[in-house]
Structure formats: structure tokens, C-alpha cells
Design a protein around this ligand. Structure first.
Ligand SMILES: Cc1cc2nc3c(=O)[nH]c(=O)nc-3n(C[C@H](O)[C@H](O)[C@H](O)COP(=O)(O)O)c2cc1C
Length: 223
């Protein structure tokens, strides 16, 4: 198998935050999520429970989330959420926000436009589909590793079919609304969402690109 395939998928995938009004066929949805079942997990526990919302169900979820956010409901989370980044992590966090706002033409000081851009998370950036990825509420960080591997698998599989996606921690902030709307059992915790569909290349947000740290900043080879 040519290694160029995985190289290309890893390099060309980027977060897509603007989609065409075109659904992925049910057959392709099934193929994508079947392939992702091959993701590795600790003791093969496969802790992901994924709910893929499309059409009316997706629209209902969007409306319920927007209503919730607009009424000023405080964010909540089924799992601990750390975001107080410092040092190099904070530098990268700021760079990534800047890349997005610059691409969208949103001024740093324009709070209203920044809020509008944040709200796009709860419109799934106009995607025709959103996957809500859960694991049992009682699970912890070691099990969340498996969800991360599953998530990257999904994104690369989608990329291989020409489908863009954006992982969204923001979709873990209102878990009860999501569980009520999608009939997700109370024992499940919402860890992350993934909006996906065909990229609308004309949307400015899709011009945002992020960089990566130098290899020596991340990896130490010892011998
Ligand atoms: C677990 C996870 C959560 C994320 N949450 C959000 C989010 O809530 N909203 C958003 O717009 N992007 C979100 N992203 C996308 C990242 O900002 C993006 O992947 C990162 O900046 C690298 O850019 P790239 O995907 O274009 O390579 C998330 C990514 C991951 C992996």
C-alpha cells in the first residue's frame, strides 16, 4: 500500500467550518462509520457510542442548542474540561483563534462578531450532519484516549471520501440538551461532536490554516 495515501490525508485534512447544502448518502455514511469501527482501543473496549444526526433531527438539535446558548444558559460538561492553557499551549491556542478570525475577517476587538463566530459551532457550521460522540459517564481520561483515536480515524476516513469535518469540543458544553433531543441514555456522557459534509470552498472560514510545532518541540529521540 503506498504510504503517500496516509501522508496526503494527514497533510490535507483541515477543519472545515462551512459546508455545501448536500447530504452524504446513507450508504456512504454507513461505510464511513463501519470503517471507523476498526479504530484501536484499550483492551478493545470500543467505548464510543455515536449518534449521527441529519435532516430534521439535526435541525431540531441546532434549534435547541441555539435557543439554549442565546438565553444565556451556563455551559456544563459531563466530563472535566480543562482550558486554562499557559506557555506554549496558550501561544498555539491564540494562533489558532487568530487564524480563524483573520480568515473570516473578524476584528480582534469586535466582540459581537466573535460571539457570532462562536455561535456557528451550534449551527454545526451549516453542516448537513453532526456526529455526537459519547462514552459512559463513569469513564475517565484513559478511556477518552480511545475516543480521540476514533475521532481522528473518522476524520481521515471522511477526508479520503472528500468529506470535510470539524471536531467540536463546544458540543460537549450543553450535554443535557443534546441527550434530551437525541434520546441518548442518561448513563452516557457527551465528549465531543463532529460536524461534517462537503466543504464549501467559497466560505472564508475555510481558508484558515494552522501550523504545527517543530518536531524537536514535541518528540525526543533517545538511543
Ligand atoms: C477534540 C477537539 C475539539 C475541538 N473543538 C473545536 C470547537 O469546539 N470549535 C472549533 O471551531 N474547532 C474545534 N476544534 C478544531 C481545532 O481548533 C483544530 O483542529 C485545530 O486548530 C487544528 O486545525 P486543523 O484542524 O485545521 O488542522 C477541535 C479539535 C479537536 C481535536
Amino acid at each position: 500500500m503506498p504510504s503517500t495515501v496516509i501522508k496526503q490525508l494527514l497533510k490535507q485534512r483541515h477543519s472545515v467550518r462551512g459546508f455545501l447544502n448536500k447530504e452524504v448518502t446513507p450508504e456512504l455514511l454507513e461505510e464511513i462509520f463501519s470503517l471507523a469501527q476498526h479504530a484501536v482501543s484499550n483492551c478493545n473496549t470500543q467505548p464510543w457510542k455515536t449518534f449521527v444526526a441529519s435532516a430534521n433531527v439535526k435541525d431540531n438539535l441546532k434549534q435547541n442548542l441555539i435557543d439554549t446558548v442565546m438565553t444565556g444558559t451556563k455551559p456544563d460538561s459531563d466530563f472535566q474540561y480543562y482550558s486554562d492553557f499557559k506557555g506554549e499551549h496558550q501561544v498555539r491556542q491564540i494562533e489558532c483563534a487568530k487564524a480563524l478570525y483573520n480568515a473570516m475577517g473578524v476584528e480582534r476587538g469586535n466582540k459581537a462578531e466573535r460571539k457570532q463566530a462562536l455561535l456557528r459551532n451550534y449551527e454545526f457550521f451549516g453542516a448537513p450532519h453532526v456526529a455526537i460522540i459519547c462514552m459512559p459517564k463513569s469513564f475517565e481520561i484513559n478511556n477518552a484516549l480511545d475516543i480521540g483515536i476514533y475521532l481522528q480515524s473518522l476524520m481521515l476516513i471522511m477526508e479520503s471520501f472528500g468529506i470535510g469535518s470539524c471536531a467540536q469540543g463546544a458540543l460537549s458544553f450543553y450535554p443535557q440538551i443534546i441527550k434530551d433531543t437525541l434520546n441518548i441514555p442518561e448513563s452516557m456522557g457527551v465528549l465531543v461532536g463532529l460536524s461534517f459534509g462537503y466543504e464549501d470552498k467559497s466560505q472564508l472560514a475555510n481558508n484558515a490554516r494552522t501550523s504545527r510545532a517543530m518536531l524537536s518541540d514535541s518528540v525526543t529521540f533517545l538511543s
